[in-house]
Design a protein around this ligand. Structure first.
Ligand SMILES: Nc1ncnc2c1ncn2[C@@H]1O[C@H](COP(=O)(O)OP(=O)(O)O)[C@@H](O)[C@H]1O
Ligand SMILES: [Mg+2]
Length: 371
């Protein structure tokens, strides 16, 4: 049994705050994905768990025990990196057996353990090859097998799929999820790829600039992003964000966007009034915007067909031109099924969305506003 918890854990490198007072509890057996843009502190968080980096403040617990000052070799975990870190002159078998050899496990037991791990990962036929004779996907599976033979309570993975081609990545993603289900161990997985995060994690923790932005089940984070950063980071194409002036109307509020407006019921009015703001950032996912009847006027700028779906970039009529903008107004992306009738470039359209699909944020603090 080994959950992991960060308790007010920070890491400073001189004046760079790589991790800023992280509080995060990862229960035993969870598949937690730490996700965020490059440089947000993901690897630092993982290296603190591994004991490769010392926390500047706060503590780290593994299995309920404070291990803040425990050496890496005395922590019951295994780490898998983006660069497979295999020994090039050893065979696959020798690479997988290596951690057991250094623990002085007898040769027959080593061999058996390595066979079991290799079979689990479909490496049975490749045991006598050397890393140079393997594909990227196979090498990463060897690295995983080498982690497996140690039977750790906690697996740490730092962007293990980023060197793989798209097809192998999808396949290995599924294999890792299966492996997690089979082993029941705690997996802590770092990626900058929000699709990996959404598809693999039991829960995802979103980091930005060393700070935890939100933690939750992937669907909850997608459906209810806590702030503008998470709203823009999770989802592809990203959530549309447009600023609107707030006007009070009978029975609710009106959010004016260019020449049009969304009218929202009183429950929203109260929530927005409580914040005292006069402008609000409205977030609408591309799949929730529809072309047809709707209160917002726009013009189609481009139509991108991806085969199974279409992304339509629309310019909103009457929205502000900002210095440096290439186009006069705010742009939004509409995601359509390839079965929907395609609009033409330059066509004037109306855009609408259901009120339940609107996300409201304070444009200054970025915080979500709920009715
Ligand atoms: N050993 C180090 N010395 C100085 N700065 C570092 C060191 N390691 C990481 N950083 C800085 O800490 C921040 C977080 O880095 P990192 O955890 O590697 O981010 P991520 O893995 O999310 O890309 C970055 O600004 C990075 O430049
Ligand atoms: Mg990193």
């Amino acid at each position: 049994m080994a959950g992991v918890s960060f308790n007010g854990t920070s890491k400073h490198f001189d004046d760079v705050v790589a991790l800023d007072q992280l509080d995060l509890e990862i229960p035993d057996g969870e598949f937690l994905v730490l996700v965020g843009p490059s440089g947000c502190g993901k690897s630092t968080a993982l290296r603190i768990i591994a004991g490769l980096e010392e926390a500047t403040e706060g503590t780290l617990h593994i299995g309920g025990v404070d291990v803040t000052d425990v050496e890496p070799q005395h922590r019951d975990l295994a780490m898998v990196f983006q660069s497979y870190a295999l020994y090039p002159h050893k065979t696959v078998r020798q690479n997988i057996e290596f951690p057991l050899k250094s623990r002085k496990v007898p040769p027959a037991d080593r061999r058996a353990e390595a066979e079991t791990a290799a079979t689990m990962l479909g490496l049975g036929e490749l045991m006598d090859r050397r890393p140079g004779q393997l594909s990227g996907g196979q090498r990463q599976r060897v690295a995983l097998a080498r982690a497996l033979v140690r039977r750790p309570e906690v697996f740490l993975m730092d962007e293990p799929l980023s060197n793989l081609d798209a097809k192998t990545r999808v396949q290995t993603r599924a294999e890792l999820s299966e492996l997690h289900a089979t082993l029941g161990a705690t997996f802590i997985y770092v990626t900058h790829d929000q699709v990996e995060a959404m598809t693999m994690g039991t829960r995802i923790a979103v980091l930005d600039q060393g700070r935890l932005q939100q933690v939750g089940a992937p669907d909850d984070v997608y459906d209810r992003p806590a702030n503008l950063f998470v709203a823009g980071f999770i989802g592809s194409p990203p959530m549309n964000i447009v600023e609107a002036a707030v006007e009070r109307i009978d029975g609710g509020i009106r959010l004016a966007i260019g020449t049009g407006a969304f009218d929202l019921p009183e429950s929203w009015g109260a929530a927005v009034s409580a914040t005292g703001i006069e402008r609000v950032a409205i977030g609408i996912r591309p799949e929730h915007l529809r072309i047809g009847d709707g209160p917002i006027d726009g013009v189609v700028r481009t139509v991108e067909s991806l085969g199974h779906e279409r992304h339509i970039v629309c310019e909103l009529a009457g929205t502000d031109h900002r210095p440096g903008d290439l186009v006069p107004g705010d742009l939004v992306i509409v995601r359509q099924s390839a079965d929907d009738p395609a609009p033409r470039m330059g066509e004037a359209i109306h855009l609408g969305a259901e009120a339940r699909h609107l996300h409201l944020f304070d444009p200054d603090s970025g915080e979500r506003i709920d009715p």
